[in-house]
Each structure stands twice: as C-alpha cells, then as structure tokens.
Design a protein around this ligand. Structure first.
Ligand SMILES: *Cc1c(COP(=O)(O)O)cnc(C)c1O
Length: 377
C-alpha cells in the first residue's frame, strides 16, 4: 500500500469545478494583481483569524518581512525566536538587517520556551537589551506557542510580537486564534500548508489600524498616494488567482482540520493498542486547538533507520527540521555552537512527521502503524 506524506490531488477533485469557474472569470477580466478577489479573501481571513485587519501578501516569508518592516525593525536590531523552525523565520529577521537571538524550545510542544526567553533577556548586556525589539514565536506543526507568558514578557520589555502562524491557521490558544494574539500574525499559503494556494501567497493579520495602514503602503513600494513614496517598501502583492483559489478552499478548512484531528486521535489509539504510545512520544495538546499541519512523533533511537524502513514500505515521512537554525552555515557569524540549544538539537535528531492529510484513509493509517510496530518488533 502506498501512503504519501501529502496528497493534494484528492482535494483538488472536490473543488475543481469552483476553481475552474473562478479562474476563467479572472482570465476574462485580465485583472491579476490585488483587486476584489484579494480584498474578499482579506475580509474572510480577518474574520476567520479573529483579527481586525488582514493583508494579502506574496508569501509567508514576505508576511514576516513586511511585519518586521512595519514594526520598524532594521539594521543592528535583535529579534528573539526559536532555532527549531523553518528557515524563513530567522531568514526574514536577517533580511531586514536584524539579528536573530535564538531561545531553546519546550521539548513537550517543540515551541519556544517562555522561561528561556526571560532567561535570555536577563543575560543580555544593557546595550544588547536596547537593541532587542521583537519576539517571533512560531506555532509549530499547527500548535500555538505558550502565548500568555510570551505576551507578558513582551509587554514588560516593550517588544513587538510577530506570530509566525505559517503552519497554524485556525489553531487556538485558550480560545484565541493564531494571528489574533500578537501585534502581527503571519500566514503562508504555500501549497503544503493547511490552507494552500496553487503557488505562493501569504497573509498578515493585525488588530492595529495604524499597522495595517503601514502594511498597505509597504506592500506596494511604500507608495501613497500613487508615485509618492514616504517609505521604502517592496513588491509584496498577492495576485487575484491565488486569492480566489484560497477563498474557495477556506470554506472547507474547518472540515479538513477536523479530519486531521480525527487522524491524530486514531494514531493515538492505534499506537496505544500496540503499546508504542510512550516510546514514540505522540503530540501533546496543551490548552490548544492543534490543527496538525504536521503529525510529528519523537523516536528516541534509530529515527533514520525507521524512516528508511517506512520509505521501503512506500510510506512517506519527513524530518522537520534536521538542522536547527543556530547550526546552519549561513548563521555561523552569530557564533552559536553545538549544545547551545540542546532541546532543539534533540528534536532535530528525533522527530519524524507521519502522513496526516485530510483524505488519509483508515486502512492507510493502520498500515503505517502496523509497519512501525513491525520495525520495533
Ligand atoms: C512555510 C513557512 C514559512 C514561509 O512561508 P512561505 O509561504 O513558504 O514563504 C515561514 N515560517 C514557517 C514556520 C513555515 O512553516
């Protein structure tokens, strides 16, 4: 039996007619950049994420960059974030000229540790503390970071909070949605995310009218009115085709999320039936609505051997992420070393993502668990 890590073809069949209709309409209009489809999606996203404003942008990466720019973060500034995330989180910080300050993760959730943030700020020299401007918590795999203490630390230290919610649309923390808690929420419509476009796209949410006004200008070269530039922005625009496609998919998102959550519950019961529940350290849900962009288990020993064995059994898996960011070559100038963030390093060595896409069947899930059971027997 073949079990891919992700299969988007099934989902496409369900929405194909709607998508062909709206894309034809856009082709006929020959109106491709921003416009009514983008505005409609912005309103839908603001409502869905419980945010006052939402702004369509060109990717999740650009969502982070434009949020950093709107926060006034620039050369020499410091931004706290996690080393255990997709590269774009820290890459964006560098792209605006600032430096990432990494803080280790909570091994139970893989998200940044609030205690770690406090300790890192305590350790900073007064001049470094003055340069510290923001925190970017990442809601990894579809589960929110522990936001209450993070927001409190931010308030006490006058820091902007930019939520990297690229993997977490619809995720909740104590009843609040990803993207509604910080100053900004950054979303990605990369095709493999829970709400994916047919190409690149992203969204920034904010509750601040002033920030929203700045974002609107920055998205289009800082232009306002047209051809008058009081800010240096860029081309961060979303196109109509992507917005229209994402709008169609948004209607199904809660249904697809429910299917992912059901798969997670099924994995838990199947793994516990064969006594592997503890050995594999299944995802923990801590006061959150986990949306399972990824279903990630932790394999203390022989992770790579298990992965190779599953590949031979035609089961797709992935390691998110094999090298924590403080050990990436391009960040060597930050002078971090191995063992600086032991939990991130351990997670990089031990985690394995299993298939959890909505259309996964019960038989496929049983096969995945059966093969893992076989590997350990
Ligand atoms: C996917 C992702 C991004 C970047 O989004 P793109 O749309 O691919 O630019 C940023 N952060 C995290 C955590 C992601 O998973």
């Amino acid at each position: 039996m073949k079990v891919p890590l992700l299969d988007l073809k099934c989902q496409y069949q369900l929405i194909k007619q709607d998508i062909l209709r709206v894309t034809e309409e856009i082709y006929d209009s020959q109106y491709f950049i921003l416009g009514p489809h983008v505005e409609a999606l912005e309103q839908q996203m603001a409502r869905y994420c419980h945010a006052a404003h939402a702004l369509g942008v060109s990717s999740g990466t650009d969502a982070l960059i434009i949020a950093l720019m709107a926060s006034g973060i620039a050369a020499g500034d410091r931004v706290i974030t996690t080393p255990y995330t997709f590269f774009a989180t820290a890459g964006s910080i560098s792209r605006v000229g600032a430096h990432p300050c990494f803080v280790d993760i909570d091994p139970a959730t893989y998200n940044i540790s609030p205690e770690g943030i406090s300790a890192a700020i305590e350790r900073m020299s007064p001049s470094e503390r003055r340069r510290l401007k923001a925190i970017i918590p990442v809601h990894l795999y579809g589960q929110c970071a522990d936001m209450d203490p993070i927001l409190e630390i931010a308030r006490n230290n006058h820091l902007t909070v930019i939520e990297d919610a690229a993997q977490a649309i619809g995720a909740e923390y104590k009843g609040r949605r990803a993207g509604e808690m910080g100053d900004f929420g950054c979303f990605s419509f990369f095709p493999s995310k829970n709400l994916g476009a047919f190409g690149d796209g992203g969204m920034v949410t904010t509750s601040s009218k002033a920030f929203h006004d700045t974002l609107v200008m920055l998205r289009n070269h800082g232009s306002h009115p047209k051809y008058y530039h009081s800010l240096i922005g860029g081309n961060f625009r979303l196109d109509a085709l992507q917005a229209a496609i994402v709008s169609i998919k948004l209607k199904y998102l809660d249904q697809w999320t429910k299917m992912r959550q059901d798969h997670a519950a099924t994995y838990r019961s199947l793994f516990s039936q064969c006594g592997l529940e503890d050995r594999l350290m299944l995802p923990l849900e801590k006061e959150t609505r986990h949306t399972f962009n990824q279903y990630v288990i932790r394999v203390a020993e022989k992770r790579d051997e298990l992965r190779a064995f599953l590949l031979k059994s035609e089961i797709g898996t992935e390691v998110y992420y094999p090298v924590p960011l403080h050990l990436q070559k391009c960040f060597s100038f930050l002078n971090y070393r191995e063992r600086d963030f032991p939990e991130a390093e351990r997670a990089a060595a031990q985690t394995l993502a299993l298939p959890v896409f909505p259309e996964l069947t019960a038989a496929q899930q049983e096969y995945v668990v059966d093969r893992i059971k076989f590997f350990y027997a």
